[in-house]
Design a protein around this ligand. Structure first.
Ligand code: 13P
Length: 250
């Protein structure tokens, strides 16, 4: 039985004061939430704040991106070792905003995933298709290409210590959610694809859904067999909404 993971991706939002309120509210509202995994992804300057306010709360924290390089002359980048310094449990790689706005290729994403595997920080590999790709019937072709780049560098064993987030680009920040059936179809297809390489790893893999998850649609999405939680953007900035989504997960 896979545990559900509900993670809030704050994107480029927050401040010391706002985060203080949000994190304190989460810690008190999510007491005794042992049955699920809960995490927040803040921007790098606030990882220290997450560490100090969330340590011992049972809530995890992570980064929204990481460098594929270990150290050196890469101005503005952040290494896996730096994320370890702030006790991050997770880091997102290949979020569609990074792929689209910062032109990250499947290969760069796979390098970041591989770099994280060498650290104690779990990669959360984001995959998903654009509306155009969905409408032309290419959803799984695109997702398999994104996954194959990771398989080529890290092998199926890489997915033993990772999470996959299916985030259809057309559902991110648009208020348009994939229907629970659309999410289930893709999650199942991802799991079946990976099962060809290792059935046990595929069965144990947490595959979470992201794209306009809100308190009023979370129940139906979480009821799907292959949906193991959510990566929540906008609604994670509102503590009440985020807590409601966590409660829907268990
Ligand atoms: P929204 O929940 O705002 O659609 O964002 C989803 C997302 O991108 C999470 O990573």
């Amino acid at each position: 039985m896979r545990r559900k993971l509900v993670a809030g991706n704050w994107k480029m939002n927050g401040s010391l004061a706002e985060n203080q309120t949000r994190l304190t509210q989460l810690v008190s509202a999510l007491k005794n939430k042992e049955a699920i995994d809960v995490a927040v992804f803040s921007t790098a300057p606030y990882l220290f704040q997450c560490k100090s306010l969330l340590a011992a709360s049972g809530i995890s924290w992570g980064a929204q991106d990481v460098s594929e390089h270990a150290s050196g002359a890469f101005t503005g980048e952040i290494s896996t070792a730096m994320l370890e310094d702030f006790a991050c449990d997770y880091a997102l790689v290949g979020h569609s905003e990074r792929r689209e706005l910062f032109h990250e290729s499947n290969e760069v994403v796979a390098d970041k995933f591989a770099a994280l595997l060498k650290s104690s920080v779990l990669p959360v590999l984001c995959v998903g298709e654009t509306l155009e790709q969905r409408e032309s019937g290419d959803t799984m072709t695109v997702i398999i290409e994104q996954i194959n780049a990771v398989l080529a560098k890290s092998g199926i064993a890489g997915f033993k210590k990772a999470v996959v987030a299916y985030e259809p680009v057309w559902a991110i920040g648009t208020g348009k959610t994939a229907t629970p059936e659309q999410a289930q179809e893709v999650h199942k297809a991802i799991r079946e694809y990976l099962a060809q390489f290792d059935a046990d790893i595929a069965e144990a893999l947490q595959i979470v859904y992201g794209g306009s998850v809100k308190p009023d649609n979370a129940d139906a999405i979480f009821a799907q067999h292959d949906v193991d939680g959510a990566l929540v953007g906008g609604a994670s900035l509102n503590s009440n909404d985020f807590v409601k989504i966590c409660n829907a997960a268990g």
